[in-house]
Structures are given as structure tokens and as C-alpha cells.
Design a protein around this ligand. Structure first.
Ligand code: PLP
Length: 385
């Protein structure tokens, strides 16, 4: 039988695959150091868990408005006003099953078959797949390690065609940790207005900032109507398994997104929404400080080994240039990552998963002891190549 071409054009998430491989090896009794995870290694803060239990005990176990409970949408609108200086009404917020579904909802609402969507490589694994699932065409613009993975506005401009509908950006960035400066965002906003393009701004790492500060492109003049802000509780509040994220858009787009959400999933798990509501009262600065310490440790250890990378300003990843090590025992990042896992029992995700060959992503969402152990092993692996 001929199955959907949209789906057959997509491969499974490589980060989840490598994480699974590392877990399987660990389960078989091997001492694996896992630097594959895309989630904080901290537990969900207790008040958030308690809020979910309270919601259950109070019988909040039924369907809600598909776009999310009113209290949560109001709290998100308030957060966007207070922290990001952006005015959204609660009706413009649609709560989704994680940032991942929030992005898909927006793409589905925007993209017609054949529309081009620009993504910046290195790019989070699911952008390309989700564009393809919507029948769109991903157009990749490369950002270079030499420029700290900040894309060149000219290169974005020259990739625009009459089919270009939107551009996806992600700052703080997974996998590079780059934070886009105001100057770049301003240039991009001007370009989008000039070319009548839409921006999907993935801000799920917004709170994990060590150098500089986060700015949403949607807060810039003339950008609200042509932007979708994506955010989630997953990374900020160590709530990856709860599956709560959201989009903030114009009213017109939010109405379309609500339709998609209602037909695909109805509402997000009801008690998880109450838990997310509580999250706004939780201070996560100690988690951010811990990530900063680990970032500093990782940066200094990797530099000692002589590796090239851009110092991450946010998130909890470092994207390491392994090109000098390719061409001998390993020809590409996938083989390299498999070799590292098999020989030294260290799990990292190949750059190919981020549309960027020649690199490997290390997540530093691990204890200091694990980081030291894993980097020592990584150093031994490199020496043996
Ligand atoms: N966007 C980026 C850049 C991510 O790294 C992730 C998760 O890894 C997501 C979105 C999705 O987050 P969520 O778990 O909230 O769906």
C-alpha cells in the first residue's frame, strides 16, 4: 500500500534514538555516561508536583477548553507582558502538548503544500521533520561556528524565494547554546517586514541564559502580527514529561491553532495544566546557576583537550567541531558518535541530527562527577583516533 509521502520523508528523532541506545547499553550493565539528554537532570520542583496532586484530589480530571484552562492562559499572557514586554490576550495563547506540538500547530496553521520555511542549521531535530509533515519545504541556511552560530542576514535574504512563507529561529539555541543578539533580531525583523515573512520563534530555553540576555523578536515593532512565540514549561521547570507548552500569536492565527489543537489532542492533560500554573510561582535560579557552573567546567575541560566550539551562552548543550577527527576511523558524525558510545561508553548526539555534519552535541545536564568522567573518556577516545 502506498503510505503517506509526507510521513515517509521523515526519519525518527535522532536525539531520542541516541538517548535510547545509551539507555539500552546502561541497562545491559555497562557504565555509560549519558550526554545525550535534552532535559534537565533535576526533579520537577515539589510545589508543581503538589499542585497536580491537588488538582487530582479536587476532581480536575475532565476535559478542559482545548486551548487550555483560562487561569493558565491568563497567567501566560501576564508572564509575556511582565517578562517580555509583549501584549497578548489569553485568547491569543494556545496551550499544547509541549513546545513540540506548539510548533507543529503553528506550522500546520501556516504552511500550504510547497511553501518554503527557512531553518537555521544547526537546527533542532524536529523542525525539518515537522515542516515536511505539513507538506512544506525546509530551506536550510547555515550558521557557522566561526561566527558563534549567529546566522548571516545576507544568507537568509539570499535564500528567500517567492515560495518562502516563514523562518524558524531558536534562541537560546539547541544544539549550539547561541543567543541571538538584538542587532541580528532587529535586522531579521526588518527583513521579515520587507519580504512579508512570518517568524516562528522557539524560546523554550529562554530562562537558561548565562551570558547576555534573551529578547523575543515578537516584541519588536511591527512583529507581533507576523510572529509566533513558542515556549514551554519543559526545560525551565524541569517538566519535560508533563508535556505543557504554548504558542502566543495574533488572534487570527490563534483561532486556527485552537482548531488544530482541538482536533488533534483536545486539551493538554488537565492536572498538568494546573501544575504548569503553579510553576509561575517557582524560583528556578538555583538550577540556572548550577547549569552555569557546569557550562564553565565543560568549556574549560573541552578547551584543555584542544577542541573547537563556540562557548554556549545559554541552554545546556555544547556543539563540538569534530571535523579534524573525521576521515580516518570515522567518516561522519554518526559513526563517530557510535564509536564513542561503543568504545568509551559515552553518549552524545551526532551533528547530522541537527542538519550539521562534522559536529557532535554534548548535553551537560549531568552531575559534575559524570561530566569529568565523561570528558576524560572523550579525551581518551580522541587520542586513539
Ligand atoms: N524546541 C527545542 C529547541 C527543543 O530543544 C525542544 C526539546 O528538546 C523543544 C522545542 C520541545 O520541547 P517540549 O519538550 O516542550 O516539547
Amino acid at each position: 500500500m502506498d503510505l503517506s509521502h509526507f510521513v515517509s520523508s521523515v526519519t525518527p528523532s535522532a536525539t531520542l534514538e541516541f538517548n535510547k541506545k545509551a539507555l539500552e547499553l546502561a541497562r545491559s550493565g555497562e557504565d555509560v555516561v549519558k550526554f545525550t539528554a535534552g532535559e534537565p537532570d533535576f526533579p520537577t520542583p515539589r510545589p508543581i508536583v503538589d499542585a497536580a496532586i491537588k488538582a487530582l484530589n479536587e476532581g480536575k480530571t475532565k476535559y478542559t477548553n482545548a486551548a487550555g484552562i483560562d487561569e493558565l492562559r491568563k497567567a501566560i499572557a501576564l508572564k509575556l507582558q511582565k517578562e517580555n514586554n509583549m501584549t497578548y490576550s489569553p485568547e491569543e495563547i494556545v496551550v499544547a502538548n509541549g513546545g513540540k506540538q506548539a510548533i507543529y500547530n503553528v506550522l500546520k496553521a501556516l504552511v500550504n503544500v510547497g511553501d518554503e520555511v527557512i531553518i537555521i542549521s544547526p537546527a533542532w531535530v524536529s523542525y525539518e521533520a515537522q515542516i515536511l509533515l505539513c507538506g512544506g519545504v525546509p530551506v536550510i541556511v547555515q550558521a557557522d561556528v566561526e561566527r558563534d552560530f549567529i546566522p548571516e542576514i545576507n544568507e537568509i535574504e539570499s535564500s528567500i524565494t517567492d515560495k518562502t512563507k516563514a523562518i524558524m529561529i531558536n534562541s537560546p539555541n539547541n544544539p549550539t547554546g547561541a543567543i541571538y543578539p538584538e542587532s541580528f533580531l532587529g535586522e531579521l525583523a526588518d527583513l521579515c517586514i520587507k519580504e512579508d515573512l512570518f517568524v516562528i520563534s522557539d524560546e523554550v530555553y529562554e530562562k537558561l541564559v548565562f551570558d547576555g540576555s534573551h529578547l523575543s523578536i515578537a516584541s519588536m515593532d511591527g512583529m507581533k502580527e507576523r510572529s509566533a512565540v513558542i515556549n514551554a514549561f519543559s526545560k525551565t521547570y524541569a517538566m519535560t514529561g508533563w508535556r505543557v507548552g504554548y504558542s502566543a500569536t495574533s488572534t487570527k492565527l490563534a483561532k486556527e491553532i485552537s482548531k488544530i489543537q482541538s482536533h488533534l489532542a483536545s486539551n493538554v492533560n488537565t492536572m498538568a495544566q494546573y501544575a504548569a500554573l503553579k510553576a509561575f510561582e517557582v524560583d528556578t535560579s538555583s538550577m540556572v546557576e548550577e547549569f552555569r557552573k557546569r557550562r564553565d567546567l565543560v568549556v574549560s575541560r573541552l578547551s584543555e583537550i584542544g577542541l573547537k566550539f563556540s562557548k554556549p551562552a545559554g541552554a545546556f548543550y555544547v556543539f563540538i567541531d569534530i571535523r579534524p577527527y573525521l576521515g580516518r576511523r570515522y567518516v561522519n558524525s554518526n559513526e563517530f558518535a557510535l564509536g564513542l558510545l561503543e568504545e568509551q561508553k559515552v553518549g552524545m548526539v551526532p551533528g547530522s541530527a541537527f542538519s550539521c555534519e562534522g559536529f557532535i552535541r554534548m548535553s551537560y545536564s549531568s552531575s559534575v562527577e559524570e561530566l569529568k568522567k565523561g570528558i576524560d573518556r572523550f579525551g581518551r577516545f580522541l587520542k586513539a583516533i
